[in-house]
Design a protein around this ligand. Structure first.
Ligand code: AMP
Ligand code: FE
Ligand code: FE
Ligand code: ZN
Length: 297
């Protein structure tokens, strides 16, 4: 490889991946190499609540001849549900955006001891140092790192089992983190020149809160796209979301949500965004840049 077209001549565009900077298992550099190997033409690094991997990924993407899209997956809340918002091409130097992300990482850090206390109540002893070791160089620490620590001490055998038994919403050690309201996050992302796209809207966690009428409201409040083609959505769900996006004038995206071996069975380019949709997203990016008064990117 790498031919930027796949065997049937499609240009592969994957707009949602994670690195070791959050809860993925490939470094940003290795991720770009893997993207090249998978034949991707375009790849976005969208770590949870941080832009820290961009510089390394950008440099590696240039070396590999893969087009890099700087992105971030922002944790937000809507009707008390956890909703993930992808921001594509935001200005990494935007102060309000970075303040929001710093606040989110602080609430992530504050949550870890509370999760450990819950586990302790159930007789499971994991220390903050165990989680830190599992997190390695991550600047955005999350439940997957607690899951990895549980695997390391032999309490469970996989991340998936750790979530199923302990960490998922409704399980004994679930603790939610404080997160900005979705509408506020959309405003902050747009003001930073970022294109807001709802990540896996009808995946676990957000499906109940993101009703059709909620999506209609969001479409009038600056939301630009829906990540329809995602591993968490089955075929009928994708069909319904595609129809809704069409009705509401939202751009349909697709992406792998790759986490390396942190998410078993999910490969780069497994779900992709159509070139025409990518074109529309870039047009919105350019409009937002003009509205901010800067030169076109
Ligand atoms: P956090 O951001 O710390 O709340 O953790 C959420 C992350 O954990 C998601 O982005 C996924 O990467 C991962 N995750 C959530 N639910 C599960 C699950 N049931 N099994 C495995 N990983 C999960
Ligand atoms: Fe994740
Ligand atoms: Fe997500
Ligand atoms: Zn993700």
């Amino acid at each position: 490889m790498s031919d930027p077209l796949d065997s049937v001549g499609r240009m592969l565009i994957d707009l949602h991946t994670h690195s070791t900077v959050s809860d993925g298992t490939d470094t940003p550099e290795d991720l770009m190499g893997a993207a090249w190997q998978a034949g991707l033409a375009v790849v976005a690094l969208a770590d949870h609540d941080t832009t820290a991997g961009w510089a390394q990924a950008q440099a590696a993407a240039r070396r590999c001849g893969v087009r890099f899209v700087p992105a971030v997956e922002v944790s937000t809340s809507w009707q008390r549900a956890d909703v993930h918002l992808l921001a594509l091409w935001p200005d990494g130097d935007d102060e309000r955006l970075q303040q929001m992300l710093t606040g989110l990482r602080t609430s992530r850090d504050d949550r870890v001891p509370r999760i450990l206390a819950r586990l302790h109540e159930h007789g499971i002893e994991i220390s903050a140092a165990d989680v830190q070791q599992a997190a390695g160089d991550a600047v955005s620490v999350g439940r997957p790192h607690v899951a990895d620590a549980l695997v390391a001490v032999g309490v469970v055998s996989s991340r998936a089992e750790a979530f199923e038994v302990w960490l998922a919403d409704g399980r004994p050690a679930h603790v939610s983190k404080a997160a900005p309201d979705l509408l506020v996050a959309i405003d902050v992302v747009r003001a930073a020149g970022g294109v807001p796209v709802l990540a896996h809207p009808w995946g676990r966690g957000s499906v109940a809160a993101l009703t059709e009428s909620a999506l209609a409201v969001l479409a009038t409040c600056g939301l630009v796209g829906l990540e329809v083609d995602h591993v968490d959505h089955d075929a009928p769900t994708r069909e319904r979301l595609r129809g809704l996006a069409d009705d509401l004038g939202l751009v349909v995206t697709g992406a792998s949500d790759y986490h390396g071996h942190g998410k078993a069975g999910v490969g780069l380019g497994e779900n992709v965004t159509a070139p025409g949709a990518f074109e529309q997203l870039q047009q919105v990016r350019d409009e937002l840049a003009r509205a901010r008064g800067g030169p076109d990117p």
